[in-house]
Design a protein around this ligand. Structure first.
Ligand code: HEC
Ligand code: HEC
Ligand code: HEC
Ligand code: HEC
Ligand code: HEC
Ligand code: HEC
Ligand code: HEC
Ligand code: HEC
Ligand code: HEC
Ligand code: HEC
Ligand code: HEC
Ligand code: HEC
Ligand code: HEC
Length: 453
């Protein structure tokens, strides 16, 4: 309470006391039962102590302690009006501990308007409040706060003071705790899960209300928006990627969109993934999808189960080393260019995908003794097949990118138009042979160059 008002209060009390010839500080000793009877009678102030929650001094009949003495008043109510109580809060603080000074104070409490919320005599509500729960707050605040389609449990039942201190608080908005700790007061299960998780989404550790409205909101769980909109508000770069991608990933457009793969709060897997990366992909790619243009996207889970010789990154369970799960400008949401066809005029950039991990020299040098094992004597057969101005064969002509049952991921067969062109690869210690649908059997040997007819 401001020192100025206290001085003013004391001055006024002294003046009243002088005028009425009564001691300047009424005490309970001076309020005799007779005086109580004088105020609360069948005729006068009869209801004052009949309500459910009666204020202590009123119950004790101690009217004068707040209003001062007025011997003339009781027998003749028209006489001697009581002077108005100038500074109500000062009056309250005569008996109650002033609220501890904290950094934040609710405006009406700071302004000493105790009676904006409390009836000084009594009321049907606990703490002699003027109304109960949210209704009290909504006498001054806009009720639309809880007008959203989804209302938070405690706000719906008027439990405003579970979170807000009506008087003074250490945290802004008069909150009883800060950031997630406010929510953890009740959501102890979430607190445990988040605190024990290895990875926590940054806004979750900062403030839950960056996504959840603490009162109400248009979407379930008091979210302002659903995923992906909710996520893209902050992850704007993903929005550009998603909408700008030439090849979009169906996973972002079905079901829970971003939440198909990410947990909004936390995870024990990096990037807040809901499952281990490979399991995550296979949780959907355990079926054949038919794209809008009629092409079929194979059942990858089945393929990997049936083809046990798996490509390095797949053994490392890393599908997104090659695919961008959020969409891409390249065929099959690949991270780098890779030809979509069987034939492709040669340009090394077309194979940036493979050459982000493998040496590109395997297709650049016509002769080699060590760059690749796919050679006949010194003749580089990768160069021969791939490095052609017109009908360069792409890697898929021979290799299966994910897995096969042959060494070096050589395929059984490769789609050639509507035909599954067989490869018939046989490996030897120093070379190999194939009998593909392209030409008759040809052999290669690194030690002793084979002469193919
Ligand atoms: C804790 C202090 C306090 C006590 C005790 C108290 N009053 Fe009041 N009373 C107030 C305040 C504050 C007001 C509001 C008007 C004002 O500011 O003067 C008020 C207003 C009134 C009013 C006028 C408005 C109304 O609410 O009807 C009456 C009558 C009244 N009091 C009677 C009593 C009687 C009778 C008692 C004893 C049974 C009593 N009061 C005890 C603080 C008190
Ligand atoms: C003359 C001393 C006195 C004054 C002045 C006084 N109170 Fe009280 N107040 C009490 C007593 C005594 C109680 C009852 C305490 C109890 O039951 O534990 C009480 C109880 C309360 C309670 C209920 C607290 C509880 O824990 O249930 C509230 C709220 C309250 N007063 C508010 C006020 C307000 C607001 C004012 C100023 C308008 C005020 N009091 C002025 C003595 C006073
Ligand atoms: C905006 C409304 C509001 C104002 C203004 C307000 N109070 Fe309260 N007060 C409450 C509510 C609500 C509670 C009950 C809190 C709870 O349930 O935890 C309360 C509780 C109390 C209590 C009892 C519990 C406690 O915290 O000790 C006292 C005493 C009290 N107020 C005194 C005052 C005094 C004195 C003032 C003026 C300085 C004041 N109040 C101003 C709303 C208000
Ligand atoms: C008598 C009117 C009144 C009542 C009743 C009232 N408030 Fe307020 N409240 C105010 C005013 C005035 C402000 C300051 C508004 C501003 O600064 O824009 C305020 C501000 C607030 C703020 C924001 C504080 C900040 O730092 O911005 C919160 C939170 C709040 N009130 C909660 C409550 C709750 C909860 C209740 C019910 C227990 C309640 N109010 C009851 C008048 C009231
Ligand atoms: C679960 C805790 C919680 C409950 C319950 C709760 N609030 Fe809040 N309230 C908050 C938080 C957190 C903020 C701050 C929001 C922010 O910073 O965006 C807030 C902010 C406010 C504000 C300030 C709004 C503004 O725009 O500055 C008011 C007013 C308010 N609450 C009133 C209420 C009322 C009235 C109730 C009861 C109907 C209530 N609150 C119930 C947590 C709660
Ligand atoms: C005073 C206790 C309390 C506090 C504090 C609290 N909550 Fe709640 N919350 C509840 C209750 C009660 C429910 C309703 C539970 C139910 O319906 O199962 C709930 C429900 C929710 C729900 C919906 C859950 C569901 O399954 O539908 C979300 C989301 C939520 N709270 C978020 C928060 C956030 C964020 C905060 C902090 C700003 C917070 N809560 C603070 C008590 C609280
Ligand atoms: C980045 C946005 C975001 C943040 C920050 C956030 N949440 Fe959530 N929360 C969500 C989304 C989205 C859902 C809905 C999840 C779903 O549909 O699977 C949700 C659901 C919930 C639910 C109900 C369903 C469940 O998982 O139990 C609770 C409770 C909850 N959040 C509490 C919290 C708490 C507490 C915090 C702060 C520690 C928090 N949230 C922070 C986005 C967020
Ligand atoms: C309030 C802003 C905000 C919202 C909303 C938001 N995020 Fe985030 N998110 C961040 C910030 C900040 C980071 C940390 C960025 C950094 O470390 O560079 C982050 C990081 C991430 C990460 C990377 C985590 C890691 O370990 O590197 C993922 C994944 C993520 N968010 C997904 C989502 C999803 C999914 C949603 C929607 C449910 C979402 N975010 C909503 C702010 C947000
Ligand atoms: C199909 C599963 C999947 C979906 C759906 C998905 N993500 Fe991811 N996301 C991943 C994987 C896997 C990673 C980690 C690999 C990586 O860095 O690309 C990741 C990484 C991230 C990262 C951190 C690294 C980075 O690329 O910035 C953010 C942020 C992110 N995702 C946001 C989102 C948002 C926002 C959405 C929804 C628009 C979304 N994700 C949808 C699987 C997915
Ligand atoms: C070494 C890079 C690489 C890795 C790692 C990789 N992919 Fe691929 N993926 C490709 C290439 C290249 C294509 C295009 C193949 C083609 O058309 O010949 C493709 C195509 C696909 C297709 C479409 C198949 C079709 O029917 O056209 C799916 C689905 C797929 N990958 C899923 C996955 C999954 C799931 C993983 C992890 C288990 C994974 N990929 C790992 C490179 C890779
Ligand atoms: C929530 C289910 C879901 C998850 C999880 C998922 N996908 Fe997909 N994916 C799809 C759907 C649906 C399509 C087909 C889209 C269409 O119809 O165009 C698709 C298509 C693809 C394609 C072919 C893209 C094209 O149109 O050329 C590749 C490649 C692919 N996914 C790889 C992955 C990888 C890698 C992962 C793990 C990071 C993954 N997917 C996780 C649902 C999923
Ligand atoms: C993300 C890195 C990465 C990408 C991209 C990649 N590979 Fe690989 N590749 C590997 C790893 C790791 C191995 C395993 C090497 C080992 O076991 O010594 C491997 C092995 C191979 C092998 C078998 C080599 C051997 O000696 O067993 C072939 C063939 C192969 N990759 C072809 C390709 C083709 C074709 C592409 C492009 C479609 C490609 N790779 C893209 C990482 C990659
Ligand atoms: C005409 C079939 C064919 C084509 C086309 C082909 N490869 Fe190969 N590749 C092979 C054969 C056969 C081997 C196994 C050589 C051996 O170990 O005997 C091989 C081996 C490899 C190896 C293992 C290391 C090495 O060179 O011995 C890598 C890596 C590789 N190929 C990558 C590629 C890439 C990248 C492409 C596309 C740019 C490609 N291949 C195109 C047939 C082919």
């Amino acid at each position: 309470m401001k020192a100025k008002s206290i001085i003013l209060f004391l001055a006024v009390s002294a003046a009243i006391a002088a005028a009425l010839f009564i001691p300047d500080r009424p005490t309970s000793a001076q309020n005799t039962p007779a005086q109580k009877g004088a105020c609360i009678t069948a005729q006068c102030h009869a209801q004052m102590d009949k309500t459910e929650f009666v204020h202590g001094p009123v119950a004790a009949g101690e009217c004068a302690i707040c209003h001062g003495e007025s011997p003339e008043h009781a027998p003749n109510p028209q006489k001697n009006k009581f002077p108005a109580i100038k500074d109500v809060a000062v009056k309250c603080y005569e008996c109650h501990e002033p609220f501890p000074a904290k950094e934040f104070a609710h405006a009406p409490a700071a302004d000493g308007e105790c009676t904006a919320c409390h009836n000084p005599h009594g009321s049907p509500y606990k703490f002699q409040l003027l109304s109960k729960g949210g209704e009290l707050c909504f006498t001054c605040h806009d009720e639309s706060l809880v007008g959203g389609a989804f209302v938070h449990g405690p706000a719906a039942v008027g439990g405003c003071v579970a979170c807000h201190d009506p008087h003074t608080a250490d945290y802004q908005k008069n909150l009883k705790a800060e950031g997630p700790n406010l929510c953890y007061m009740c959501h102890t299960d979430k607190a445990d899960a988040i605190r024990s998780a290895e990875y926590v989404h940054m806004p979750v550790s900062e403030d839950c209300v960056s996504c959840h409205n603490p009162h109400s909101a248009p979407k379930q769980f008091m979210l302002q928006a659903e995923s992906p909109g909710l996520c893209l508000d902050c992850h704007a770069e993903k929005k550009e990627q998603m909408t700008g991608a030439a090849v979009r990933h169906g996973a972002l457009e079905t079901g829970k969109t971003c939440l198909n793969c990410h947990d909004a709060h936390m995870s024990n897997i990096a990037k807040n993934l809901t499952m281990e990366p490979l399991d995550l992909c296979l949780s959907c790619h355990n079926q054949v999808y038919t794209k809008a243009d009629g092409t079929e996207i194979m059942n990858m889970e089945k393929w990997l189960a049936e083809n046990t010789d798996q490509h390095g990154p797949i053994k490392q369970k890393d599908c997104s080393g090659c695919h961008n799960p959020h969409g891409s400008e390249y065929f099959r949401i690949l991270r780098n260019p890779y030809p979509p066809t069987f034939y492709m005029p040669f340009a090394v950039e077309n194979y940036n995908l493979c050459f982000s991990c493998h040496e590109k020299t395997i297709v650049l040098d016509p002769e080699t003794t060590q760059l690749t094992n796919f050679r006949n004597g010194n003749m580089n057969l990768h160069f021969v097949h791939v490095n052609k101005a017109v009908k360069g064969r792409t890697c898929r002509a021979c290799h299966e990118t994910h897995a096969s049952n042959h060494p070096k991921h050589i395929r059984d067969a490769v789609p050639f138009g509507s035909w599954e062109l067989p490869v018939n690869f046989q490996k030897t210690d120093t070379g190999g042979s194939c009998t593909p649908g392209c030409h008759k059997t040809k052999q290669y040997d690194r030690v002793k160059k084979e002469i193919n007819g």
